[in-house]
Design a protein around this ligand. Structure first.
Ligand SMILES: Nc1ncnc2c1ncn2[C@@H]1O[C@H](COP(=O)(O)OP(=O)(O)OP(=O)(O)O)[C@@H](O)[C@H]1O
Ligand SMILES: [Mg+2]
Length: 471
């Protein structure tokens, strides 16, 4: 149900309902039972008075010198109630009462057919009743008298008892009104505090939605709202990091794209010069081709990264022979190794079968082997090895180049990170892509390096099937 006025009105209404319900239940239970008890107590007292007076009446009858009128007057005074003595006439089916004496000064005919006295006459037993006469309520007890078949009736108004009940009713009503007012006030106050805290959270969420991540989300409470604020703040920090990374990525990518594009534009302008001799033209064309290749590789790498970030990269799960991968990669880079004066050695373990995506494994292997050629000087030996390591398999590239200083070792896996003053300059994306791809195949890429020995290893889950290698 949608109640206008928000949490304040809802909480106040809920408290109102609870308090109102509780007090109504108390009212329904307490008031009628109080009334029943008070009336019963009054009837008990009248009954014991009536029984005592019935005994006295017997004594009175023995003393003929006393008038009946005097007896009932005295009895009414003692019992503090109206006492009437009736004689009974008529047949058992149609009894009539004849008032012999009445302690009430007024007397009157109001008692002539009193139901309580008639019932006592009929049953010859004590009868107690609550009756209404002329708009007033009375407690009445009638006792049959032993002599002459007479009946004595004691009648006392219930006004005191009913006044007490009315007073309790009134007090309960005032208490209910006061409790309801307090509940509404309290509900409003408590809800206002929470509404204010929620309002702060809402404003913080709006700020975050608009991309303002600087201001922390604060709330002192240790309750659910406080925990929500903490979650919001964690989300803010995470979003701020992502936002920073995204901005850095865009800045780095545009920088990387601009450098070869400027160089391309420059060479194209030089090539337009008609006086250029053939040798220089060829050299410029080769450089231009190199820049285009660099741009193409960069575009492919950026596309790979954006696909991985968007979770849109498909990874196959197939059997991949790492020995075969090592041979293919060695063949691919063989010419480059010769040209750059590197010695290439390949060692393969034919047991090294992985469960991975073959194309992606080759991409990582090419990046690692390429790095060993590009970032080490001439004369360096590069060893490519495929090996089985228990339940894992590894593609290892080892070189005896100058190595990577310890402080750069983990950072070379960050996007666009390059070691300053290195041998060659790439865009710094190769290792970042390699590590992310390996992760998606439940693998890892690690590095160990010291001057003269650098080893990069791609480790992947081994294929469980046993293979018999033909000799
Ligand atoms: N075998 C190695 N020996 C020394 N330095 C290395 C070696 N491999 C990588 N590096 C250092 O790590 C850096 C990051 O390598 P990464 O492959 O990520 O980028 P890159 O090779 O510079 O560019 P690209 O994106 O074209 O691969 C390199 O710039 C280089 O400084
Ligand atoms: Mg590289």
């Amino acid at each position: 149900m949608n109640i206008p006025g928000g949490i304040r009105v809802k909480l106040a209404l809920a408290l109102l309902g609870i308090v109102g319900g509780a007090l109504f239940a108390a009212y329904v239970i307490v008031v009628p039972s109080l009334e029943r008890r008070l009336v019963a107590a009054k009837l008990d007292q009248l009954q014991s008075d009536a029984q005592a007076l019935a005994v006295n009446y017997a004594t009175f009858q023995a003393q003929n010198n006393l008038r009946l009128g005097d007896f009932v007057a005295g009895a009414g005074f003692v019992a503090n109630s109206r006492v009437v003595v009736f004689s009974v006439a008529g047949s058992p089916h149609e009894m009539r009462l004849i008032s012999l004496a009445d302690s009430s000064a007024v007397g009157g005919t109001d008692m002539v057919q009193d139901s309580t006295a008639l019932a006592a006459a009929r049953t010859v037993q004590t009868v107690r009743e609550r009756v209404r006469r002329e708009g007033l309520q009375y407690a009445e007890v009638a006792v049959p008298l032993l002599t002459g078949g007479n009946v004595m009736l004691l009648s006392s108004p219930l006004s005191d008892q009913l006044a007490t009940v009315a007073l309790v009713k009134r007090r309960l009503f005032y208490a209910t009104v006061a409790a309801l007012l307090i509940a509404v006030g309290l509900g409003f106050a408590v809800a206002a505090i929470h509404a204010r805290r929620l309002g702060r959270l809402q404003r913080a969420a709006d700020r975050i939605a608009q991309g303002a991540f600087d201001e922390p989300v604060l709330d002192d409470g240790a309750d659910e709202v406080g925990q929500l604020a903490e979650s919001f703040d964690r989300m803010r920090i995470q979003l701020a990091q992502l936002d920073r990374a995204r901005k850095e990525f865009v800045a780095n990518a545009s920088h990387e794209l601009r450098t070869p594009l400027f160089s391309l534009a420059g060479f194209l302008e030089l090539l337009a010069d008609e006086d250029l001799d053939d040798a220089t033209r060829k050299e410029f064309l080769a450089t231009t081709r190199g820049q285009v290749e660099r741009l193409t590789k960069l575009a492919t790498d950026l596309l790979d990264l954006s696909r991985m970030d968007a979770g849109r990269i498909r990874i196959e799960r197939e059997e991949v022979g790492l020995a075969e991968v090592a041979r293919i990669v060695a063949e691919d880079i063989g010419a480059l190794a010769d040209a750059s004066g590197h010695t290439l050695v390949v060692e393969t373990d034919d047991d090294a079968w992985a469960i991975a995506d073959e194309e992606r494994v080759q991409q990582i292997a090419r990046a690692l082997a390429g790095n060993a050629l590009l970032h080490t000087p001439r004369g360096t030996t590069v060893l490519i090895r495929a090996e089985r390591r228990g339940s894992r398999v590894a593609f290892v590239v080892h070189d005896d180049g100058p190595g990577i200083p310890a402080e750069h070792l983990e950072r070379v896996f960050q996007r666009f990170y390059r070691v300053e003053g290195g041998q060659a300059s790439g865009s710094g994306l190769g290792l970042a892509i390699a590590r992310e791809l390996a992760g998606r195949m439940e693998g890892t890429v690690t590095v160990v390096s010291r001057p003269g020995a650098t080893t990069f290893a791609l480790e992947l889950p081994a294929d469980g099937a046993l293979r018999i290698t033909s000799v």
